[in-house]
Every structure is written in structure tokens, then in C-alpha cells.
Design a protein around this ligand. Structure first.
Ligand SMILES: *Cc1c(COP(=O)(O)O)cnc(C)c1O
Length: 381
């Protein structure tokens, strides 16, 4: 058997979609109203209620949500924003979109989220905000981050793209009081294909976010459509087209109904991995913290003294039909951020030695046993 003859049998992830989503999309198509409308409003209400926020504003992606979050806080040229490098590049790109300067801080080696001490030492007189990332289903150390923010008078924005359903000290991420951004890309916990959401508490900021995502227009398409008199819209400021469509939102509504079940299945699968891999010395397994249970959007294992390189292990897994992915990237090492280089030893090690194993709610025991068996064999060999 040659390696090229083997097709992947076990993907890294798989969205859970069925007739509920199919029917919801057909219903929107038949309604004739495709753009942001009643389905987006319903989806927003569901997410706001779920996370415990006053407002939720749907967007075309988490990246555009993050861009709006930067604009809402008036961040721009001359302002420094402290964020982790151990995250998807979109987190830092949003800082760049408004002309502000990303300043990368190192992470905690176990949780792989921002280390508040590293954040504190990155503060300068130009620092305006901390962009905390709730990475792959684990809430960042918000108490430590808020303490630094209070001490220096900084804003806090949360990138919770992969972490819908994660919580911190008994409260859901997105409802902790800061402007928080979520993603509904298929790699995340629930998916609308593409899509994002901002959750926030402040009425005026929410209204501005709604305006900015729709060309800066003073009245929404839906309000104008439903009005009994002629409404001539105004454009008080330059906005964007960052809207979600009702087709996407209809999928999101059905996904929200599944969310608790999906999270439960993920936790179950993660616990099963932990039981099966606990004794493997070369692996540091992911774990939640008492104040922030893990939702395992991804299952990140870190290699500790393995004889083979991470990439070699990935190749050997693929040869038996098992997909895996390198850990979260380190933005400061990519060419686009060559001007933001600094030494971040914990981040560099985590990105080099981290491996994402397959994990999805519909993963069977047999599939998981197959992954465990081959991973153990590869590490031994
Ligand atoms: C996926 C992800 C994003 C980007 O989300 P999109 O919806 O694809 O724009 C941003 N930040 C983090 C941490 C992510 O994991």
C-alpha cells in the first residue's frame, strides 16, 4: 500500500448539519427576503440570550466583527494594542485595518492564552487596548487581564472566535462585559458557512455597530421595507458592507438549537482522549481550569520530548488516513508581521510542538480508538 493511495478517513473536524438546516434555508429562499432581515434578528437574539449580553450584532465573519470592534473603540494610528501572537492571523489583521500597532505578548504554557504578566510588561504610554483571545474553547485569564487594564486605563476587546459556549467563573464568554467577537466558520463550534457576531452591553455602541456594518446607513433595509411611509436614509459616517444574510442566519438559528448537545459531545470525546492518552509521556494533554472549563473546539496536544518532529508525526498519521493540523500559528513569525518580531519563547514552542487531533461531535468510538492506536504506535516507533 502506498501512502498516496490512502484517502483521509478521519478529518480534523466536521460540522453537524441535517434536514433542519436544509429546510431553514429553503424557507428563506422561498420567502424572497435573502439579505439581513428577520432571520438575522432572530439569530442575534438567540446568541445574545445564550451568552448573557444585552446586544448581539451579526456580521459577515469574525474578522469583520473584530474590525468593527476596533472602530467602536476609536482605535487608530498611534495606538498600540496588546494581543497574543498564538492565534489566527485575523486577530492581528483587525488591529492593522484601523492603522493601530499590534504588540504581541507571550502566553501561559498550559492554557495557551495570554499571560497577564507578559501583557503588563508590554504596556507603553501608547497602549490603548488589550485584545484577549479565548483560544480553541478555553477562556483567557480575564481577571488577570482586567487587572492590568484597570491599572493602566486600557480597553479590553475579546476575540472568542472559536469559543462560543466557553465560560469564565460561571459566566459565558461574550457576556463578561466587553465587546466580544465570535466566528461561525465551519472550523468553529457552530457554523453558518461564513459568519460572525459581536456581543456587547452598551446601547449606543451596539447601534453604531449596526450602522457601520451596513454602509453607515441610518435605517436598515428591513425597517425601510416595512415602513408605511417613505424613509430617506442618511449616511452620518463611512461604513462597510459587513452584513450577514438571512440564508446564513437561518442556518445559525438551527445550529444554536444544537449547541448544548454539540458541546456535550465534544467534552465527552475529549474526556475519552484524555483517558486513552494519559499515560503517554511525550504528550501534554489539554485541560480546562477550575474557573474556565474547556469546550474543546480543537484538541491541542503538545509534544514533550518526542523522538519525531511534529511534522513527521503528522505525515505518519496522514499515511493511515488520519488528518491532523499544526497547532495555532504564531503571527509574529509570519512575513506579513516581520516588523513586529520579538522573542516569545512560550508561543514559539507551542506553535512548533503543538498538534491538533481530530475531534468532532459525530466522531465514533471506533474512529477515536483508531486515532489513539496509531498515534501511540507512531510515537513509540
Ligand atoms: C477563526 C478565527 C478568526 C477568524 O474568523 P472568521 O470568521 O473566519 O473571520 C479570528 N480569530 C480567531 C482566534 C479564530 O480562531
Amino acid at each position: 500500500m502506498t501512502t498516496s493511495a490512502v484517502t483521509v478517513q478521519i478529518p480534523v473536524t466536521k460540522p453537524v448539519l441535517d434536514q433542519a438546516e436544509e429546510q431553514a434555508v429553503v424557507q428563506v429562499l422561498r420567502s424572497g427576503w435573502l439579505v439581513q432581515g428577520p432571520k438575522v434578528a432572530e439569530f442575534e437574539r438567540m446568541v445574545a440570550d445564550y451568552v448573557g449580553a444585552r446586544h448581539a450584532v451579526a456580521t459577515s465573519s469574525c474578522t469583520t466583527a473584530l474590525h468593527l470592534a476596533m472602530l467602536l473603540h476609536g482605535l487608530g494610528p498611534g495606538h498600540e494594542v496588546i494581543l497574543p501572537s498564538f492565534t489566527f492571523i485575523a486577530t492581528a489583521n483587525a488591529v492593522r485595518y484601523v492603522g493601530a500597532t499590534p504588540v504581541f505578548a507571550d502566553i501561559d504554557p498550559v492554557s495557551c492564552t495570554l499571560d497577564p504578566a507578559a501583557v503588563a510588561s508590554a504596556v507603553t504610554p501608547r497602549t490603548r487596548a488589550i485584545l484577549a483571545v479565548h483560544q480553541i474553547g478555553l477562556a483567557a485569564d480575564m481577571e488577570g487581564i482586567q487587572a492590568v487594564a484597570r491599572r493602566h486605563g486600557l480597553l479590553v476587546v475579546e476575540d472568542a472566535a472559536p469559543s462560543l459556549g466557553a465560560s469564565y467563573r460561571g459566566r459565558r464568554v461574550g457576556g463578561l462585559g466587553n465587546v466580544t467577537c465570535f466566528s461561525f466558520h465551519p472550523r468553529k463550534v457552530i457554523s453558518t458557512g461564513e459568519g460572525g457576531m459581536i456581543t456587547l452591553q452598551d446601547d449606543a455602541l451596539a447601534e453604531r455597530a449596526r450602522r457601520l456594518r451596513a454602509h453607515g446607513m441610518s435605517v436598515s433595509d428591513l425597517a425601510r421595507h416595512g415602513a408605511r411611509r417613505v424613509i430617506i436614509e442618511e449616511y452620518p459616517e463611512v461604513g462597510y458592507n459587513y452584513r450577514m444574510s438571512d440564508l446564513h442566519a437561518a442556518v445559525g438559528i438551527q445550529q444554536m438549537k444544537k449547541l448544548d448537545g454539540l458541546l456535550e459531545r465534544r467534552r465527552e470525546r475529549a474526556e475519552r482522549y484524555a483517558a486513552a492518552l494519559r499515560d503517554v509521556e511525550e504528550l501534554q494533554l489539554p485541560a480546562g481550569r477550575p474557573e474556565s472549563p474547556h469546550t474543546y473546539q480543537s484538541y491541542l496536544v503538545q509534544l514533550r520530548g518526542a523522538r519525531k518532529s511534529r511534522n513527521q508525526i503528522m505525515e505518519e498519521l496522514l499515511a493511515v488516513g488520519i488528518a491532523s493540523r499544526p497547532a495555532v500559528m504564531a503571527i509574529h513569525l509570519t512575513p506579513a508581521y516581520a516588523d513586529c518580531r520579538r522573542r516569545l519563547p512560550v508561543t514559539e514552542r507551542a506553535t512548533r510542538e503543538g498538534l491538533l487531533l481530530p475531534l468532532y461531535p459525530t466522531m465514533t468510538d471506533a474512529e477515536q480508538d483508531y486515532v489513539v492506536e496509531h498515534l501511540r504506535r507512531i510515537l513509540r516507533g
